[in-house]
Design a protein around this ligand. Structure first.
Ligand code: ATP
Length: 360
């Protein structure tokens, strides 16, 4: 079994820096889990502790049912692919891929079989005798992946493996990775700071910040029910809109009141209001696709002025100014939207989020 359990894992570097704090993550056999978060949040450190390249300061790491804190890296049944590929420049593709098998003294016949399997799987046939310098970035990336896959790892750790590739190749390799995972059903932990990559590849995503786990869930849970303002702002592009204000009870109804108006809050948010944030400064979050824009006078809507339109190909986004507040609103690409015009905005009630202003 290649399940993985991280229990209260902490990392303190020798200089005293507390890079990973009380991390609790369970990864089931065959799961594709992504670790995401801003630069320096502890993703690589976590991966390196799992791989055995970095000591665990506190906590317990189980690989399968084995407590693995003190098991040497080479005996953990884990393979890791680095952002930099780390291929041997003087060796051919074939030698690079079979290197680990040779070290393990795997007989030549089996080495050949595994090599052929990987060349086929990763579409590298015909490149066996080239050196890394004679390959494209994507090909090098696949060789690095092949070198890990021939070892039949129980767990595959990938540290930003696509970050050196151009945008087009990145998307292609993303699909490739998904295909490989589907075929091999290996347990994969994938580190990236690209949330779009994590959303498309993962069964679940773990969002980290400052060494702490902010939320773990399926891409849809993370996107639709972010646990806090940080996760809400980190996942989704363009980012969720945030408006600062406060909660008020008017005629027995809950309102979010801010400098440019007030919004009646849906029943859906009642519990959340009661639970934690009543009486405090709050932030209302709404994604660009959950705001409707119109130009017909509507007293129940917020008013603003259209200012900029941006095209991202499949979608267009309009920036609407409400005083100092800027909101991004998704519009259909073919829809005509006049600029510098007064407009009316309706926020979809069931898509509003409320966050504590001071919490992450
Ligand atoms: P990135 O996306 O930039 O690769 P990351 O989330 O992978 O970032 P880590 O490389 O895990 O972040 O680093 C986490 C924190 O630990 C950072 O603040 C980093 O400066 C610090 N750190 C990393 N290695 C060491 C070390 N050997 N000694 C002290 N601090 C370290």
């Amino acid at each position: 079994m290649a399940e993985l359990k991280l229990m209260n894992i902490n990392k303190r570097y020798p200089n005293g820096f507390h890079a990973v704090k009380d991390l609790n993550i369970y990864v089931s056999d065959g799961e594709f889990l992504s670790l995401v978060g801003p630069s320096g949040c502890g993703k690589s450190t976590t991966l390196r502790m799992i791989a055995g390249l970095e000591d665990i300061s506190e906590g317990e790491l189980y690989i399968g049912n084995r407590l693995s804190n003190d098991i040497p890296a080479k005996d953990r049944g884990i393979a890791m692919v680095f952002q930099s590929y780390a291929l041997f420049p003087h060796m051919t593709v074939e030698a690079n891929i079979t290197f680990g098998l040779k070290i393990k003294k795997v007989p030549e016949k089996i080495r050949k079989e595994k090599l052929n399997w990987v060349l086929e799987l990763l579409d590298l046939k015909g490149l066996e005798n080239r050196k890394p310098a004679e390959l494209s970035g994507g090909q090098r990336q696949r060789v690095a992946l092949g070198r890990a896959l021939v070892l039949d790892p129980d767990v595959l750790l990938l540290d930003e493996p696509l970050s050196n590739l151009d945008a087009k190749l990145r998307v292609k390799m993303r699909t490739e990775l998904k295909r490989i995972h589907k075929k091999l059903k290996s347990t994969i932990i994938y580190v990236t700071h690209d949330q779009a990559e994590a959303m498309t590849l993962s069964d679940r995503i773990a969002v980290m910040k400052d060494g702490k786990l902010m939320q773990i869930g399926t891409p849809s849970e993370i996107y639709n029910n972010p646990a806090n303002k940080f996760v809400a702002g980190f996942v989704g592009s363009p980012a969720m809109n945030f408006i600062s204000g406060e909660l008020k009870l008017i005629d027995n109804k809950n309102y979010f009141v801010f400098e440019m108006g007030k919004i009646e809050l849906p029943e859906l948010l009642k519990e959340k209001i009661k639970e934690s944030i009543k009486g405090k400064d709050v932030v209302l979050g709404i994604r660009p696709e959950d705001i409707e824009i119109s130009f017909e006078k509507d007293n129940n809507s917020l008013t603003g002025v259209t200012s900029i339109r941006e095209t991202l190909g499949s979608d267009d986004y309009v920036t609407v100014e409400m005083g100092n507040i800027l909101l991004t609103v998704r519009v259909e690409p073919e829809k005509f939207i006049p600029m510098d015009e007064k407009c009316y905005l309706k926020l979809k009630g069931n898509k509003m989020h409320l966050f504590n202003k001071d919490e992450d």
